[in-house]
Design a protein around this ligand. Structure first.
Ligand SMILES: [Zn+2]
Length: 232
């Protein structure tokens, strides 16, 4: 499926690559424009805040994100500059207006974001989903709105990864959308899977530990499927 101009709207650096890195790389290889919006720099995304105080982590994650997007062929990025972990505390109308203005400026054919579930249950993700959905409605855009999901088959196949990694929070579980309900079901070819792994590795503050735990091959194969349903 040709997605045309793609606008991704995500919460933290690494959300975009985990959930849509292959799709972004495929769109860029086809000559389509891809613009990525990130709400926060994920400055609290560490288990070691002594070593990684928020300012230092934010600076590093900004560099990592640029490198990761570049590995996917994406060079258009917008940062909203909001506080990590406090998306739900931000003024809803103001932020959704900012995103609507980006939608009207970019004029995407396809908008990618989280579903209302936030994919992992993260409150920032759920809020970004609501912002993006509202921004789409407020804008003049007729873009196709797509929510990241996973399938029953995928959840079964990768349960051994979820047993070892704290991906899901607040009681969330892997999403199990029936395959026939998917709008996009992308199984990455070898070259794209390699490219996505390289892009994931660019965000080492977030992914180095995961790669070390799972091994490169499992990391690559786990990340080689991307799925989306039509949004509201
Ligand atoms: Zn996130």
């Amino acid at each position: 499926m040709r997605l045309g101009t793609v606008l991704g709207i995500w919460a933290h650096p690494d959300d975009e690559v985990y959930l849509s890195g292959g799709l972004m790389a495929t769109a860029r290889a086809a000559g389509d424009r891809v613009v990525c919006v990130t709400a926060t720099l994920g400055e609290h995304g560490t288990g070691d805040p002594q070593r990684w105080p928020p300012d230092r982590l934010a600076r590093t994650r900004a560099v990592e994100l640029r490198a990761s997007l570049a590995a996917l062929g994406v060079d258009e990025h917008r940062l909203l500059g909001l506080p990590d972990g406090d998306c739900p505390g931000q003024p809803f109308e103001e932020v959704s207006d900012r995103i609507a203005a980006i939608v009207d400026e970019v004029r995407p054919d396809t908008i990618l974001t989280f579903g209302p579930d936030g994919f992992t249950g993260h409150a920032d993700h759920r809020t970004v989903s609501a912002w993006a959905t509202t921004a789409h409605a407020k804008s003049k855009s007729r873009a196709r709105l797509l929510y990241a999901t996973s399938t029953d088959e995928f959840a079964e196949q990768w349960q051994h990864v979820y047993d070892r990694l704290p991906v899901f929070i607040d009681g969330a579980e892997p999403l199990r959308t029936p395959v026939d309900k998917l709008a996009v079901h992308l199984k990455l070819d070898e070259e794209t899977a390699d490219r996505k792994l390289a892009a994931l590795r660019c965000q080492a503050t977030q992914t180095a530990g995961v790669v070390a735990l799972l091994g490169e091959d499992t990391m690559r194969d786990w990340c080689a499927t991307e799925a989306f349903v039509l949004g509201a």
